[in-house]
Write a protein that binds this ligand. Sequence first.
Ligand code: DSN
Length: 440
Amino acid sequence: MNYEFLKNEDPDVYRTIAGEQKREAEGLELIPSENYVSPAVQEALGSIFTNKYAEGFPGKRYYGGQRFTDEVESLAIERAKELFHCDHANVQPLSGAPANWGVFAAWLEPGDTVLGMDLSHGGHLTHGAPVTFAAKIFNFVRYKMKDVETGEIDYDELRELALKHKPKIILAGFSAYPREYDYAKFAEIANEVGAVAMADMAHIAGLIVAGVAKNPFDYGFHVMTTTTHKTLRGPRGGMILSRGEVSSPLKAPAKTIENLPTLIDRAVFPGMQGGPHMHQIAATAVCLAEAATPEFRSYARQILVNAKTLADALMAGGAKLVTNGTDNHLMLVDCMRSWGLDGKVVEELLDSVGITLNKNAVPDDVNPPFRPSGIRLGTPACTTRGMKEVEMEKIAELILQTVKIAEGAPREALKERSGELKKVHSDVKALCARFPIPSM
Ligand code: DSN
């Protein structure tokens, strides 16, 4: 995009966009929840659909002028249903947290219990972390991994907790868990206690539709939430996918698992949101068509190959990974165990050489969230740029070199070593220059 109007009309905002564009182009993006959209997704997101109010759903709106909004939202819905193998898709949630709220609002009453993964074991903030508003309304009980060396979930504990607490929802999903779930076990336990089996697949939605990660719907799950901007490579947004009877959202159905699709539609609108973001929905439709292509399947396969290569190279260089590796696109390094440095220091150090990732808690972390013991990194974004195994080995080398510069050195001494950091930074820029970002 060349921003010819913005440049003249609002140079201050233009400067920030140009700055971000340069940062993205010259830096290595390893935050596992980030990615680069295609030029077509970006065009749809910047389209005039942003002008339109469209409360309601296709064919059932509260405002006139809906010919094209109906058409584009129906496209997104049908594409999502086909890709995820489900009966219904609500494509209106503004992002992942509202998508999770949509399911809670559809199915729970205040005080009801949800069984979700512990945050420090890889679960997500919106799965009931005590600081969230949801935790004030609902009762969240947490399950964990049985063994942090292998990452296996403690399914016996999960079943005991389910029998004891009688949750209304059993929630499988994560934002920092590098292994596959045993969805069949989750669904079996959910059925035993009459709970809805819900999967929050935000991180791996792209891997699921490409067939390189398991699809929870194939194992009896009832509902799945996701964001659209991570491995799915779409605009910032969310979706709720479900199985069951689809009926008109204009009439309240009985509260049965079979009626989840309609309960979810009513929970999203008018329950929680107003006008859907039609430009975002148009861009979602575009990314879903892209995700159905053979090129996207190769891309998803390469994400996994790259993640394994990067994980192996980091471990070979002495980094200690939680669960000793990865089955998906992300990995978690225990920085305290690896280098005696906390995650915040390592995040900042790597930022200074143009490598972006995020500090993250490790299981049962004794350090506080703002200075946790680990870092989280992943391969979706650099794989979009076309990087492969050889580049992953180079990235591991650059990370290890950077950390070695700081290892054992007091922070003040780092200034004296700025020449070495500058050298790594120029290697990072040289690598990035060979792999342009598609939407720039
Ligand atoms: N913030 C996202 C992540 O980084 O995993 C999840 O919402």
